[in-house]
Ligand binder design. Structure first.
Ligand SMILES: [Zn+2]
Length: 77
């Protein structure tokens, strides 16, 4: 790995229900945007190269593993 800001493994915030660390939001067009959330609450795409997301509505995010749904601030370290 080289270049850009890297994140320590395990530094992502997790689902309060199943501790999965991947989430998505529904897009207006019907698609999904997948992301992970770092300890500072910043959103990054799960694709490489990672891209920081901005302007997403994080009041209603979905866990990709268990179906939990809620606000970004409910995630746990
Ligand atoms: Zn979950």
């Amino acid at each position: 790995m080289s270049g850009g800001a890297q994140h320590r493994a395990g530094a992502w915030l997790k689902c309060p229900q199943c501790l999965n660390d991947r989430f998505y939001v529904m897009e207006a067009g019907g698609g999904h945007t997948y992301f992970q959330v770092d300890a500072a609450g910043r959103l990054f795409t799960t694709r490489h190269p990672r891209k920081e997301l901005s302007g997403l509505d994080t009041s209603d995010i979905h866990c990709t593993a268990c179906g939990w749904r809620g606000a970004l601030k409910k995630l746990v370290p």
